[in-house]
Design a protein around this ligand. Structure first.
Ligand code: ZN
Ligand code: ZN
Length: 388
């Protein structure tokens, strides 16, 4: 990392280090302090610019006319021409049927919709795919959402950071899929808030063989036993030390670095650090590590002020705005439900290893009293697609 400061774009002389500039054009910025950057914006902008209150229509029109250099009459004329009323396909007194596209639509968007509708009619089987229906909805679902309790309103001028979390490198299957999740966090939130919002199957794995006591499996979820995690950002390891059993995951790396003449790293507590306290580069790959070796690349892709059309309910942050969806592995018996168990050396299974859903697994391997039938080893399985 020390070498990177000598490469890339040269720093302009006298530049303010708290204003992000590119280190590598279109790739990542130089490091800057989030809190200082936020202060600079607030000093520069008028509070009305980032206020969540709607400005009165007349003032807005006046300002717009002034900015565009046109008269008030032109604005009025434009309002009539661009009014949504001109898009009407039906007489005003007739309620429109939203599912029927008029025979000869003039609008391009309607023409596309009509084409899709006509195509769907030619299909023999019509799949209603949950994934397709909601694939693009996550982000828009929370748009403009205001909290029921005014106490939970995001403060005006709050910063929102967009963060991409990539699949862990240990998953061969998702090597070319990225990102895994995109989340929005507030500048005032702690790193632990992000850590708790990252949903990774490694946290839910259950290690061990449970053929004799399948009911015990939920008590051995990794997340409850191995609580340590760390973020690595700009030379500092931020360790999650909220629980007494947490271990400093960075310790081994620090010791290794010391014995190999690397520059020393800093450590800090994840639960005591907010995003506002951080020094970061936008677009730069950082690390999130949990469960010992489940390592995710984390990239902060954007930083901006909250707008009145954003989700403004503090409680909904970190806000999930994108999630990659994966094919699920189905049970070998019913081919319907997602697999929950893997068995090996199983005299009752058609293959080795074999996957079962909860229901089929119990019906095939245990009698009514819950006694194990036949010889087999059973391991709990968590499908990455279980969170789709
Ligand atoms: Zn993970
Ligand atoms: Zn099944």
């Amino acid at each position: 990392m020390a070498a990177s400061s000598s490469a890339g774009c040269p720093t302009p002389a006298g530049a303010n280090n708290d204003i992000p500039t590119y280190e590598y054009v279109d790739i990542n910025t130089r490091p800057f302090h989030v809190g200082a950057f936020e202060r600079l914006w607030k000093e520069t902008l008028k509070p009305t610019y980032y206020s969540f209150r709607d400005a009165p229509q007349e003032t807005e029109d006046e300002e717009f006319a002034q900015e565009m250099g046109v008269s008030a009459e032109t604005i009025d004329e434009l309002k009539v021409i661009c009014s949504p009323d001109t898009l009407r396909c039906y007489p005003e007194n007739e309620p429109p049927d939203k599912n029927v596209v008029p025979m000869d639509p003039g609008l391009r968007t309607l023409r596309l919709r009509k084409r899709q509708q006509d195509y769907k009619e030619t299909l023999l089987r019509d799949f209603t795919c949950r994934q397709h229906l909601y694939a693009t909805e996550l982000e828009s679902l929370a748009m403009g959402k205001r909290p029921a309790d005014p106490e939970d309103l995001v403060p005006e001028g709050e910063f929102i950071l967009s963060i991409n979390v990539v699949y862990p490198v240990i998953f061969e299957r998702f090597k070319h899929v990225r990102p895994h999740q995109t989340l929005q966090v507030l500048g005032s939130q702690k790193l632990t808030d992000l850590r708790d919002a990252i949903c990774c199957v490694s946290d839910l794995q259950v290690s061990g063989e449970f053929s004799r006591s399948p009911d015990m499996a939920p008590e051995f979820i990794s997340k409850d036993h191995y609580k340590s995690a760390t973020f690595y950002l700009e030379g500092t390891f931020y360790n999650d030390m909220r629980f007494p059993e947490c271990r400093d995951l960075s310790q081994t790396i620090m010791e290794w670095a010391k014995s190999h003449d690397f520059p020393t790293f800093q450590t800090a507590k994840m639960e005591e650090t907010t995003f506002r306290d951080l020094k970061i580069k936008i677009g730069y790959p950082y690390l999130y590590c949990h469960q010992g070796d489940c390592e995710h690349v984390v990239i902060i892709t954007d930083i901006r002020m909250a707008h009145r059309d954003d989700c403004l309910d503090h409680k909904l942050f970190p806000l999930l705005t994108y999630k990659h969806r994966v094919m699920t592995r189905k049970c070998a018996v019913c081919h319907l439900y997602i697999s929950r168990w893997i068995t090996t050396n199983d005299s009752l299974a058609p293959m080795d290893p074999c996957m079962f859903c909860e229901l089929c697994f119990r019906m095939l391997h245990y009698d009514a009293q819950g006694n194990k039938l036949g010889d087999f080893l059973a391991f709990p399985f968590v499908d990455a697609g279980a969170f789709n």
